[in-house]
Design a protein around this ligand. Structure first.
Ligand SMILES: NC(=O)c1ccc[n+]([C@@H]2O[C@H](COP(=O)([O-])OP(=O)(O)OC[C@H]3O[C@@H](n4cnc5c(N)ncnc54)[C@H](OP(=O)(O)O)[C@@H]3O)[C@@H](O)[C@H]2O)c1
Length: 326
């Protein structure tokens, strides 16, 4: 199937408006999603690609390398492979203890490990996952990222979870090809960073557009209470505090979804794509049928009436944080 595409910032990549998010494919680790079957992850990724999704987002740290290996297995034998985006900057020791480190030597080690696990000749978008725990200046690690691009190890470079101030500093060193911020109807706090990208020719691929499942209509207080012990969402403030308001907001998406003949999940994702400056949304799925649920967002255009109705629901429920309208 051919899905509409848009340029990722000023890069030469034309991406579909939804990409497959492979966090859950990492399986069991500190930030795992409860039991996850590798075969189902692989089938879900392949299904998304067969349906026309042309990029996958993963990270070295997801399952401590496991997600990247699963992505490689899923893409094996696919001639026209999708773009593969991954991240550095979260490293782990022999005990699996994770720290946020982005120094020239760690990034260089990480890129080689990711290339090996992903079995690709070049990473299409390489992103710094988080700001480091120490005071390593962004200018220092961004210089290394720019070198990797010049050397052809990566095609484009991006930042994730970085403030507009840090984006500005990075831009003085080399162009920021894209930003990966959290963004959903519940978490709208990165609107200033998205605006910075729009003004500076950087692409924006937003993450957790369905607030990690909360906006899909598949959640209830009972389901939250019965999440497996090893599902990170049990510890997430969005699934604990303010849950009633968040579920009420998810409910308010149902009439919009019914009008368009799509799922609430698709409406939640389409809402992020309607925000000025957003290039694409990274959407997670644990099984192929979940891909079918959100895929219509790739071409769904919400009307001004839909957006007005959703904005009214945000105000009425008081759910989430950040500006309500662009
Ligand atoms: N840069 C960063 O720091 C960062 C942080 C977070 C995420 N990300 C990226 O963004 C991607 C997406 O974020 P995310 O996975 O947190 O959130 P998301 O896309 O908002 O939600 C994905 C989850 O929603 C549920 N779901 C998916 N499709 C569904 C459907 N059709 N109906 C009902 N439920 C459905 C699944 O979990 P259940 O079935 O278990 O409910 C799935 O794992 C990640 O995979 C990752 O690549 C990056």
């Amino acid at each position: 199937m051919t899905l509409p595409t848009v340029h990722l910032g000023t890069t030469d990549m034309e991406i579909t408006r939804v990409g497959f998010g492979a966090w859950a494919a990492g399986g069991s680790w500190e930030y795992g999603w409860g039991p996850q079957n590798d075969e189902e992850s692989i089938t879900a990724i392949r299904h998304a690609v067969e349906e026309g999704v042309n990029w996958i987002d993963t990270a070295a740290v997801y399952g401590l390398g496991h997600s990247e290996e699963i992505v490689a297995q899923a893409l094996k034998g696919i001639a026209d492979r999708p773009y593969v985006f991954t991240k550095c900057g979260m490293i782990w020791d022999d005990d699996g203890e994770i720290s946020r480190v982005a120094r020239p030597e760690t990034i260089r080690r990480e890129v080689e490990a990711s290339l090996r696990r992903l079995k690709v000749e070049r990473i299409d978008l390489y992103q710094v996952h988080q700001t480091p725990d120490d005071d390593t200046p962004v200018e220092m690690y961004w210089e290394t990222m720019a070198e990797l691009k010049q050397e052809g190890k990566v095609r484009a470079i991006g930042l994730s979870n970085h403030s507009a101030l840090r984006l500005e500093k990075a831009e003085q060193v080399a162009h920021v090809d894209s930003l990966q911020p959290p963004f959903s109807l519940i978490d709208r706090t990165c609107a200033p960073e998205i605006d910075w990208c729009a003004r500076n020719g950087a692409g924006v691929i937003v993450y957790s557009p369905m607030q990690s499942g909360l906006l899909t209509g598949a959640f209830s207080r009972q389901r939250v209470d019965s999440l497996p012990e090893d599902d990170w969402r049990r510890r997430s403030p969005d699934f604990t505090g303010g849950l009633d308001a968040n579920l009420a907001l998810a409910d308010a998406l149902r009439p919009v979804a019914e009008r368009h003949g799509v799922s609430q999940a698709a409406v939640a994702v389409a809402w992020t794509l309607a925000w000025p400056g957003v290039t694409g949304a990274i959407v997670g799925a644990r099984r192929p049928d979940q891909v079918d649920g959100w895929l219509p967002a790739a071409s769904l255009e919400l009307t001004p009436e839909d957006l007005g109705e959703i904005a009214a629901a945000v105000e009425r429920t008081g759910a989430g944080r950040g500006p309500e309208h662009p």
